[in-house]
Write a protein that binds this ligand. Structure first.
Ligand SMILES: C[S@@+](CC[C@H](N)C(=O)[O-])C[C@H]1O[C@@H](n2cnc3c(N)ncnc32)[C@H](O)[C@@H]1O
Length: 276
């Protein structure tokens, strides 16, 4: 039985609408498309494994998992993204199940999956302990959990910190996504229900933008959370201009390119085994 309050329901509806803005499938394919395969490789999937991708979006990790021969369920809050992922998988001749689901209330049985993974996904569900409990619950004893999340001090963590003052405050109890990029936070969420925890930081090189402003304009047009931040201040040209400057400056500070923009965006990759 759902324990969700009306405030939670409204927040989830807002999140669902936000992730459908712009063109997240393009962001997944063009900007962070290499990270799904990184996570899948770290999970050591075997053909026939039952895999759940939580907050799968358009299948950045689910599709490579299916390519590796796993039997995959891709779940996400946002049906528009699942539909885009399904089309992409069908073009490749891959069969997966696509299922709308909230990471905090997964519609799956206890221990149903050999591997439960989430790439840049579960971090965006607002109640961290509730989602972590669900990841553990649906993983079979001895099965594996794999998570790839932006770190708070890495580029995307800093992008969220930059946008925060421009957005309305989150409702009480909603936690900031980049906390999932801290090893101590994940260890405490999963607790002694898991063993063999590994954690390593990595970076993904982003070199598709000629200038810092091109990064900003792309995210402003394509990435739901950035579009939503701008929509909230659309009536205020000064704040809009200030956010424009701050986002381009953030990219400039991370730019290690000469001639065109090159950034290394940091993530934390965690694997764990559910206690047998
Ligand atoms: C940055 S995208 C990542 C998508 C995909 N895993 C990838 O690597 O491209 C974040 C995803 O989290 C999903 N999401 C946000 N809140 C969620 C929730 N409470 N339950 C399930 N999915 C959620 C969004 O719909 C979106 O698809």
């Amino acid at each position: 039985m759902s324990t969700m309050t009306d405030i939670d329901r409204a927040l989830k509806a807002k999140h669902r609408a936000m992730w459908a803005l712009g063109d997240y499938p393009a962001v997944a394919a063009d900007v962070v498309g290499s990270l799904g395969p990184v996570l899948v490789a770290a999970c050591g999937l075997r053909p026939g494994d039952r895999v759940l991708d939580v907050a799968a979006g358009s299948g950045n990790a689910a599709i490579p998992a299916a390519r590796a021969g796993a039997s995959v369920v891709a779940s996400d809050l946002t049906p528009e993204l699942l539909a885009a992922g399904q089309q992409r998988a069908e073009r490749e001749g891959l069969r997966l199940q696509w299922r709308q689901a909230d990471a905090e209330e997964l519609p799956f049985g206890d221990g149903e999956f050999d591997t439960v993974l989430s790439c840049l996904g579960v971090m965006f569900a607002p109640h961290h302990q509730a989602s972590a409990d669900e990841l553990v619950r649906v993983c079979r004893p001895g099965g594996s959990i794999g998570l790839l999340n932006w770190t708070p001090e890495g580029f995307i963590g800093q992008m969220f910190a930059t946008m925060r003052p421009y957005a309305p405050p989150p409702p009480p109890g909603a936690q900031p996504p980049p906390l999932w990029g801290r090893e101590d936070h994940i260890r405490s969420l999963l607790g002694d229900r898991v063993t063999e925890v590994t954690a390593q930081r990595g970076t993904v090189r982003i070199d598709m933008f000629a200038r810092p402003e091109d990064f900003r304009d792309y995210f402003k047009a394509s990435y739901g959370p950035t579009i939503a931040a701008y929509r909230g201040i659309a009536a205020d040209p000064q704040r809009t201009a200030a956010l424009d400057t701050e986002l381009a400056d953030l990219a400039r500070r991370h730019d290690r390119g000469t001639g065109s923009t090159v950034m290394d965006w940091e993530y934390l990759l965690v694997t764990a085994r559910r206690q047998p």
